[in-house]
Design a protein around this ligand. Sequence first.
Ligand SMILES: [Zn+2]
Length: 858
Amino acid sequence: MKKQYMSYQESLDFLHKMEKTYPDLIEIIKIGTTYEGRDIVLAKISKNVETADKKPAMLYTGSVHAREWIGHELALKFIEHVAENQDVDPELEKSLTDSTIYMVPCLNPDGYEYSRKHFSFWRKNRRVNHDGTVGVDLNRNFSIGFVKQKDTSSNVYGGEEPFSEAETRAMKEFVDAHDNITIAFDYHSQGNVFFPAHKFMHEAEIDGTDMNALCANMNYEFAKVTGRKYGIHRGKPPAHLISGSGREYYYSKGIIAVVVEVGTKNIPDYMKSMSGSINENIPALQKAFGEVINYSSSAPKRVEEFTIDSRDAHSVTLVWKYEQRNDIFFEIYRSTKDKDACNESTKVGVVGENSFTDTDLNSSTNYHYTIRAVNKNSGYKSAFAPIVKVRTALEDSEFFKLIFANKSGTGYVGQYTQEQNRAHFGLNSLFVGINKSRGICDAVVSFDLDSLPENAIIKSARFYIYPMNRVAAKIEKFGEWNLSLLKEESFSEVTDFEQIDNAEAKGVIGRAIQSSNLTQGIWNHWSFSKHECRLLQKSLNNGVATFRLDGPKTLPHGEDSQLMQFDIGYGQFGGGIHYRPILDVKYTLKNEKIKLNPTTQATICMDKKEDGLKSGFDADGHRVYGYIDFDLSQLPDPQNTMITQCALRISAKNTFKKRSDIRYYVEMVEVDEVGSYDDIKNRDKIEYIGYEVAESDLVKNDCQYFNFDTFAKNNLDMIHQEGKTLKLVIKPTSAQGAKSRVLEWNSNVELIVNYIPKRRIALPPVENLNIKKENKMIKISWEGIDDEALNGYYVVRNTFHTPKHFMDGVKIYGGKDTWTYDNFASFDKEKYYAVFTYDDVPNFSEPATLKYNPLEKY
Ligand SMILES: [Zn+2]
């Protein structure tokens, strides 16, 4: 095949030649005739192609828009790849045995030829409209949301009525007659982005996770070939329905439907860029083809009520519902990234029962889980259950804050737009990079740090930002985007380009993000190293941290734009709080220290109890136990402090010249009454404290420190909360046995306790949760909590189940009001709400929950 775009006639000749060469695999059928009389053809591809229509199928349409040539070209290359590898690649062979591909390489042949020969920027078909203008935008001529426009010369003119055009009619008739289609791709250019179908209700849909996972798994294949990732964009509010598109028509038929926008230009350099786009899409399409059967009636059904059962700082337990079946197991995928692959690379569990515990996680970190059921015999997989998002709990000594970018300090400054730069702040979005008219553009993102205590010790931080559009980043693999934390004293005016562009940085955060990985519709984040956390910590005194995001500062010859657009969640076109840049900070506080002296120090021998602290072996070889107890009421209020570390410090009064093998253990014990030897001997041991001490250690070190491990520390914590006394026993051991060897300990025994002030227990949940309709929106209100410790209320919506956790759904509100509107909720869809109260740790309360029922009157 030559390395240049094929004409439509060459394409037809190629397809018919393939049909002749591979008669069992490929059948070319005509599905319509265009306005100018060209054949619209579809290639059926399957093993024993005469059975193709009986198998689940993937539909492919290319070049619906005339100037978007890649869809056509990719289709031909993909067909060639499939034909040549059908018996070579076992994965492909299996897919072709089980399933079918329907390909319409070019759905707009008239427009395509016009674009090739006369006017490369032509988009529509070539029909003559009633008023003499030419062309209908075929991707506005389908029926879902069809809008009849007056302006027939518009590039997006959708025609007289739905399916007025031969091309769309051909697709409707074919799709209506083929309910075996489960996945459909419509290939366009440009943007390197997936646009999965949408019901435009701004609420999660049951197959939303399927579409995201399908695209993310294709991304995984792209990255292997070119290092590139595409954006995955599901219309974020306030998105408008694209009227009359093919994608929504296919989706309305129950088909998983995705538009793929390939490349960064409509008609890129064939050999330099186009070939890369094609090479990355062939394996990705093949993977997607392998999924076709998983959305057919042969596949197991979707897991239900996939949710969080419990979580702590380092583990998460997930549960779900599924009928008991011996031929089914479950695959669980985990990621810390937004819209990540759900494949071997992220699979963390394969289980038979309906629960899974994921361990060794990081504290206070967001994890995303997906699950599918798999049939053991066929290998077919179910659709995905809706994604579950969870944040692991804090460790005892930790706190976190999610800080949103402030309005006045967040905007962008352009080199040639100095007069307007002030107006770029707190409004809509950030442009970062360079273009011909604005020059170099830097973004400034500022965070108020006053919600963090000044003595906070930052343990980790992440900067999240949402790339909303990369259409103006037109050059493949060119430039990188860097985040710097600025020195506050090196600029005085955030809206001044020169000052910001020249401002000194305290440091560059994390690594640069390459243009090929700056994907729209997928949250990006930079993680701070320990060193960078210390730099951020230094900004605490200023009460604000100011970051600069910059991109490429030069353009290659002949290029006009490499600009990336990020959302700031402010202004009419911002996506609201849900899309605002976030600084996610985990911190601790400096430990306070308290030393306790024992209330009792005693020595318990076989036949007597003595004052003073001794341990060892008596003349008959019986153990002599040392006993100490501490009154924990001297420690600060357990409700508002957390013990972070604890150690027992003791020192020996005498040492022995002659060696023995005696070693001393300290045990935390539970005894009612101290006194009788039997009580101690038959004590309930709770836990050893630290390591044992050998006699030789006594000579080496003046003092012995017995450090409490996590279990012992937790027990101490419990004893403290319950108001009990801490009881410790020093127990001697000897393998050889010893006699008349008693060690005396100094009386200056200390329990050294480190703690931090931290609220331990969550506030109570709110009461009298109420729902009503107001101003065409759903309004949720509740009775406030009267407590000084209250930091706010957090409202979450979940379309599928009651939210159990503050991350288990879409955040609707966070703040101190006792009501909120859910701006984007549909009246027609069932859903669940949960309201959590939170304090400054934050500890989140149990949820107060409510179900919205569309059939009920509110
Ligand atoms: Zn297009």
